[in-house]
Structures are given as structure tokens and as C-alpha cells.
Write a protein that binds this ligand. Structure first.
Ligand SMILES: Cc1cc2nc3c(=O)[nH]c(=O)nc-3n(C[C@H](O)[C@H](O)[C@H](O)COP(=O)(O)OP(=O)(O)OC[C@H]3O[C@@H](n4cnc5c(N)ncnc54)[C@H](O)[C@@H]3O)c2cc1C
Ligand code: SF4
Length: 524
């Protein structure tokens, strides 16, 4: 037995030893539930977990309703198919439907997308806050100054720090070196982790309990207060609105009705994709519901080296550059991809494919996230399911091409023997800088690229005007008192950096203010 697995066996993870009765597993429910809490929170991802913890820490009783299961650290396996099937929405098969069917990944489990994400922490850039002030009237409540204490608390709680030497890994190190050669400012990522072992498995959930996703941090911390309870495998059908006020949540689990009354309010934290239709099902009719969906779709390239890169070792995503964020809306990142996901991009068929797969240990993958300008919609399709329509526009495609050209040159500069750009109509394998330059004239049709979307925004915008927004700058629905929306559906725009940190800071700020007001009115 290796030292690592021996240690692992004796570690107690925060998702073990939860208070008795704190987790209600909806999948095993055999009776209807009717309970009363101060607050009900829908969703246990980045926004919901933080809001629930903030409210419970302020002394309020809280029910968290989560559609997916509670997957404990010890159950997590390095198995892409199994993880996608159990813990991702629609088994990981969701797509943005537009000119191109673009895969869109979301966690559907306690912890939401934080269970499968890479734990990269970025504060909201100041220019975005300025824009929200100038164009969207978010007011004095959302400024760098008001957000500062929330970012600080989150960074302390979740141990945000730069990737350490011991777990940098070659894919990340090569990227930093290549960026330096290009004169591009690049840095190690700052991440939410305690004791990362560099297993490169963030996308299937951290088996070491190192990544500080919500299922091992704010959810267990909320439950540990003794005032919170999580109903997992329980789907919120609607918020119960009576007399213009949110009074509870009607959910269902295993065919049973779960009715959770809310004395003080309901927080919707179901994500950009699920929140708009949840609001519609709750009777809200604002014209802005479902409008202004935005994303940071990503597209990447592979590089084949003559020496080991070993994407299976190192922080899954450990190095990045925002040098071109303002000029070109591009953020460059590394990603350690498991072979099951990367192999779709390996060139060749038959023997050629086999021989390349045999060299998979020598492959690195670098990607770009694009702060796309296109906007889409979130609606309901014939069977009641959420449908997101989105098509990148011309400017977005120019950014994608520019980023892929840059990544191709960076791979060659750092010694890659082959670059795999993955663009339709171009050679699948490029070996010279001249060939890489051809990407600059590649098709503008988004169907020619393998985009994937994981950063999602908008569709229940925040703003002062009920004609153009869904919630007020205090995160309260214009149409229903006591109904707060705190996920990234309220963002007036996308960010150009990874969103989890900003989502959590806004949720924490909103919940803190609501808790203060509720405490004041209880005392009056
Ligand atoms: C693969 C991947 C990698 C990523 N990497 C990073 C990264 O490194 N850094 C970063 O900043 N961001 C990253 N992101 C994005 C980030 O994880 C999300 O932006 C963030 O988690 C969104 O928070 P949220 O609370 O809005 O939604 P989520 O975290 O997705 O949580 C929403 C939860 O609500 C639940 N829910 C939905 N509808 C209902 C309902 N009707 N009833 C009950 N529950 C419901 C869902 O099941 C889900 O668990 C990544 C995302 C993915 C998919
Ligand atoms: S890379 Fe680090 S944080 Fe990610 S799964 Fe491995 S040990 Fe956990």
C-alpha cells in the first residue's frame, strides 16, 4: 500500500460526521414532508451553499433544497462516465442550442458545479463593476469596497492560494515558460484548496478532500451550526408566492411532496440555467426573465511533445494569463484532461489514432475562455425542460481564432513536435509556425470549433427597473418580496475571469444584508 492511500484511509473528511438528521436523502423518502424554517435556499452550489451558511451562522434556521445527490469524498472515483452520469445535469449531455450545439457542463449534486470544477478563484475585475454601475444602475451597494470583506472572508475560509511547486506539474510549467517566451504575463492560478496532491482529477471531484468545493466546506459548515438541513435528491418545483411575498418552496422527492415553509424568505440559487424557469414556474412574469444569457465558452488546442507532460499529475488547471482580457476578451488557461475527454480531439483513425493515444502521456492541453459578446435566451422546451439558445457572434469568433493562433505558437515555442488545433478545414496536425498562422484565416462558423461552456451568466438580471431586470440591486425579485436570487443569473454581464468567487461574494453579501434586516425586524 502506498503512503498516499494509507493516509487517505485515515483522513476524516468534512462531509463525514455530519450532525444526525442534517441530511435528508430525498431518494429514500417514504412520506411527505411539511416543515417550517426561517429561510429556504434552492441549490447547494457556489451561491446556495454560501448563502445558507451565512444565514445559518447569523442564527436563522435554513433548509437547503438540492436536486442532486450528496456524493461524499470517499465515493468519488476517477471515472468520467460514472461521474457524469451520477453528478452532472443530464449526464453531462446538456448543450447550448444555436448555430452550433455547444456542450454545457453543470454539476447536479450537493456542491453543484463546485464539485467538478477546477477551484480557480478570481475577484471580479474593477472594470466590470464600473460597467455595472454605469450601464446597469447597480447602485452603491455593489462596489469593490462593499465586496472586499466578502472576498477576504471567502479567501480565508477556503484557503485561496497560488499553486505550489510540488503540484505544479509539467502541463502548467510548460505554459508558464511558453508565455514568458512570448512576453505574455502569466501566473500560477490561485485556487480553493487545502493540501492538493496534484492528482489532476478536479473534474471528477477531488478524492483527497483537498479542493474546497461546497460539499466539503460551506454545506457541512452550515449543517454544523445545528440550524441547517439539506434535502438532497429533492427537486424544487416552485417558490410558493402568496400576497406578493415568498412564503415557502414546494419540492418533490421520490414521488413525495416536500413542502418547506419560509418565515423570512426564499433564496433561489439554482444557477443561470435553472433559475429563470423556476421563477416562471413560481408565477413571476418579468419580461427580462430568460433574456441576456451570456457565457465564456472555451476552446483549446493540444500539443504533442517528445517528452512526458503527464497531464494526470499536477493541479488540474494551474496556470493562466489574462494579458489579453481587455484587448481581445481572451483568457488563456491550462487544463489537465483525462484521456476519456481528450481523446475526442486526438487526430487520426485506426492505427494512427492508436499510436497517438499510446503517446498520450506526452500531450498537453491549453485552452482559452472567451468573454463572448453574444447574448442568448433561457426558455422552456415542449417537455418543460430548460433550453438555452446561444450563438457566438463574429467578434467572438475573431477572439477564438486569435487565441488558438497564440496557443499554437506557444506550443511550438516550448518544444511541441505537433500542435492539434481542432479546427474544421485545417490540418489536424501542425508542425510549423507558418501552419499555425493559417488558423488566423480559419472558418468563422462556430460549428468548425469544439467549444464547451462552463461559465454561465445572466437570464434573471439585476437592476433598478422592473421593465428591464428581474431582481433589485438588493437581489430581491421586483415581483415578490422575500424572494432573493443570488446565483450568476443576476449578473448584468459576464466577467472575463472565472466566476465562482464573484458568485460567492455577491451571495454572501446579499445573505448578510437580508439576515441583518431580518434580525432587526425580529428585534423591533
Ligand atoms: C467543469 C467546470 C469547471 C469550472 N471551473 C471553474 C473554476 O475553476 N473557477 C470558477 O470560478 N468557476 C468555474 N466553473 C464555474 C463555476 O463552477 C460556476 O460558475 C458556479 O459553480 C455556479 O454557481 P451557482 O451557484 O450559480 O450554480 P451551481 O454551482 O451549478 O449550483 C446550482 C445547484 O442548484 C441545483 N438546482 C438546480 N435546479 C434545482 C431545483 N429545481 N431544485 C433543487 N436544486 C436545483 C443544481 O442541481 C446545482 O447543484 C466551472 C464549471 C464547470 C462545470
Ligand atoms: S488536483 Fe488537487 S484539488 Fe484537484 S482533485 Fe487532485 S488533489 Fe484535488
Amino acid at each position: 500500500m502506498s503512503l498516499e492511500s494509507h493516509e487517505h484511509e485515515h483522513t476524516r473528511f468534512p462531509d463525514e460526521d455530519l450532525p444526525a438528521g442534517a441530511v435528508v436523502d430525498g431518494a429514500a423518502l417514504t412520506r411527505d414532508f411539511d416543515e417550517r424554517y426561517d429561510f429556504v435556499v434552492i441549490g447547494s452550489g457556489a451561491s446556495g451553499a454560501v448563502a445558507a451558511h451565512t444565514l445559518a451562522s447569523a442564527g436563522f434556521s435554513v433548509a437547503i433544497v438540492e436536486e442532486g445527490p450528496y456524493a461524499k469524498t470517499r465515493e468519488l472515483k476517477e471515472d468520467v462516465r460514472g461521474t457524469f452520469k451520477r453528478l452532472l445535469r443530464d449526464n453531462g449531455t446538456q448543450v447550448l442550442k444555436g448555430r452550433v450545439f455547444m456542450p454545457m457542463l453543470q454539476g447536479r449534486c450537493v456542491g453543484g458545479s463546485t464539485l467538478i470544477n477546477s477551484a480557480i478563484a478570481w475577484r471580479i475585475p474593477e472594470d466590470v463593476v464600473d460597467d455595472w454601475q454605469a450601464r446597469f444602475g447597480v447602485g452603491d451597494g455593489i462596489t469593490m469596497k462593499t465586496l472586499e470583506p466578502h472576498f477576504e472572508a471567502l479567501e480565508r475560509d477556503l484557503n485561496v492560494h497560488a499553486v505550489e511547486d510540488a503540484v505544479l506539474g509539467e502541463n502548467n510549467a510548460l505554459f508558464l515558460d511558453a508565455a514568458e517566451r512570448k512576453g505574455l504575463h502569466a501566473t500560477r492560478m490561485r485556487r480553493y484548496e487545502r493540501g492538493c496532491k496534484g492528482s489532476g482529477q478536479c473534474i471528477t471531484g477531488c478524492p483527497n478532500g483537498a479542493k474546497q468545493g461546497m460539499s466539503v466546506s460551506y454545506v457541512p459548515w452550515a449543517l454544523a451550526t445545528g440550524r441547517a438541513r439539506v434535502f438532497c435528491s429533492t427537486r424544487a418545483l416552485r417558490v410558493d408566492v402568496a400576497g406578493g411575498r415568498a412564503v415557502g418552496v414546494i419540492a418533490e422527492a421520490n414521488g413525495r411532496r416536500v413542502s418547506l415553509r419560509a418565515r423570512c424568505g426564499v433564496f433561489v440559487a439554482a444557477s443561470t440555467v435553472q433559475t429563470p424557469n423556476l421563477l416562471r414556474r413560481s408565477g413571476l412574469r418579468a419580461r427580462a426573465i430568460g433574456q441576456h444569457f451570456q457565457a465564456h465558452p472555451g476552446v483549446g488546442a493540444g500539443g504533442l511533445f517528445d517528452r512526458p507532460v503527464r497531464m494526470d499529475f499536477g493541479a488540474t488547471q494551474g496556470a493562466e494569463s489574462i494579458a489579453l482580457r481587455s484587448s481581445d476578451r481572451i483568457k488563456l488557461e491550462t487544463i489537465g484532461m483525462p484521456p476519456e475527454l481528450a481523446c475526442a480531439r486526438v487526430p487520426g483513425i485506426g492505427n494512427e489514432l492508436s499510436s497517438r493515444l499510446a503517446q498520450f502521456g506526452n500531450v498537453g492541453v491549453w485552452v482559452t475562455n472567451i468573454r463572448m459578446q453574444a447574448e442568448g435566451t433561457v426558455g422552456t422546451q415542449w417537455d418543460g425542460r430548460d433550453v438555452v439558445k446561444f450563438t457566438p457572434n463574429g467578434a467572438d469568433m475573431l477572439s477564438a481564432r486569435k487565441a488558438l493562433v497564440l496557443l499554437g505558437h506557444m506550443f511550438l515555442d516550448s518544444g511541441a513536435r505537433e500542435v492539434w488545433p481542432g479546427v474544421a478545414g485545417l490540418p489536424a496536425i501542425m508542425t510549423t509556425h507558418d501552419e499555425v498562422e493559417r488558423i488566423a484565416d480559419a472558418t468563422m462558423d462556430p460549428r468548425g470549433y469544439s467549444f464547451i461552456a462552463t461559465h454561465l451568466f445572466g437570464a434573471a438580471r439585476l437592476g433598478p427597473d422592473p421593465r428591464t431586470s428581474v431582481v433589485s440591486p438588493e437581489f430581491e425579485a421586483h415581483e415578490a418580496r422575500g424572494l432573493y436570487v443570488v446565483d450568476s443569473s443576476v449578473f448584468p454581464t459576464n466577467l472575463g475571469v472565472n466566476p465562482q468567487h464573484t458568485i460567492m461574494a455577491l451571495a454572501r453579501m446579499a445573505a448578510t444584508r437580508v439576515a441583518e434586516r431580518a434580525a432587526r425586524s425580529a428585534a423591533a
